[in-house]
Design a protein around this ligand. Structure first.
Ligand code: ZN
Length: 287
């Protein structure tokens, strides 16, 4: 190599049940739930040494909850969730039963019951570290990211993941809100991102800009297809998602629907139902 790229060590392997140290303050335990939607599985993070905050206990999987408890013991003081989807939050009750920790989250939903409801800019102050909540609706309306201020590391849940883009599924998923939340995170001056799925991301700006560019390209392609006379979500998926395996087309349908609803809110398209008819609005005409 002739450039001056700094060689990075290879990422710590993602192995279920084995705690790996990612930084002086952060450890990760991977849940044993790999899949099409979860990649290698859900990452559970332990932040702190003497007092520990657990971020996303993952699914209600006893072996995984035992591994978290074994790693943190009675120093686990808080359990936080990024959102209430089934691969992130259901382990909360079991981990609380094992540790007695206080549960913090945006709202009670999907069986998740916080002891303390927290929102945007909430700051968890431990002796060694601070975590600041950043409300990031889009993937889920109740999604929070957490910024570890001492390391400028963002725990991004499903707002940003390594190895794939994020599913936006209406009505709880909202594409316009998602793009705004990406812009907000872009302004946080991050050093790294610890995602809910996949490896730590060392170049936050590059991935967020890629996400924004990717969505802008999809949106432009959808609008162009509508103007060419494609009227159904299935037709749009077939034309645009040529790079995506057909088993993921049901997911692509939801993302296309999310893009279409954003275009409707901007007065650029007409339609409503995912199975209904869609059409472009005339660009220069009047309604
Ligand atoms: Zn999710």
């Amino acid at each position: 190599m002739t450039d001056e790229t700094v060689e990075r060590p290879p990422p710590k392997p993602l192995v279920p049940g084995v705690a790996s140290a990612l930084s002086p303050m952060v450890r990760r335990v991977l849940a044993p739930n790999p899949g099409v939607m979860t990649g290698p599985g859900t990452n559970t993070y332990l932040v702190g040494i003497d007092e520990i905050a657990v971020i996303d206990p993952g699914p209600d999987e006893p072996a995984h909850l035992d591994a978290i408890a074994a790693c943190g013991g009675d120093r686990i003081r808080w359990i936080l969730t990024t959102h209430t989807h089934p691969d992130h939050a259901p382990g909360t009750a079991g981990l609380k039963a094992r540790t007695g920790a206080e549960v913090l989250g945006y709202e009670a939903r999907d069986g998740f019951e916080p002891d303390t409801v927290i929102g945007d800019r909430y700051r968890l102050e431990a002796t060694e570290f601070n975590l600041r909540a950043v409300h990031t609706p889009g993937h889920a309306s109740n999604h929070l990211c957490y910024l570890l201020e001492q390391e400028r590391m963002l725990f991004s849940g499903d707002h940003i993941m390594q190895g794939s883009t994020v599913v936006i599924s209406p009505p709880d998923g909202d594409m316009a809100a998602y793009l705004q939340s990406l812009q907000r995170v872009l302004g946080l001056r991050l050093r790294s991102i610890a995602p809910g799925h996949g490896h730590v991301i060392d170049d936050p700006k590059a991935i967020i800009e890629y996400y924004l560019r990717h969505r802008a390209e999809r949106e432009a392609a959808i609008l162009e297809a509508l103007r060419d006379g494609v009227t159904s979500v299935d037709g749009l998926v077939e034309r645009i998602y040529v790079d995506v395996a057909t088993e993921l087309h049901p997911v692509a349908r939801r993302s296309v629907h999310a893009h279409l609803l954003k275009l409707v809110s901007e007065g650029l398209a007409r339609g409503d139902d995912i199975n209904g008819e869609w059409s472009p609005m005339p660009v220069h005409g009047r309604r």
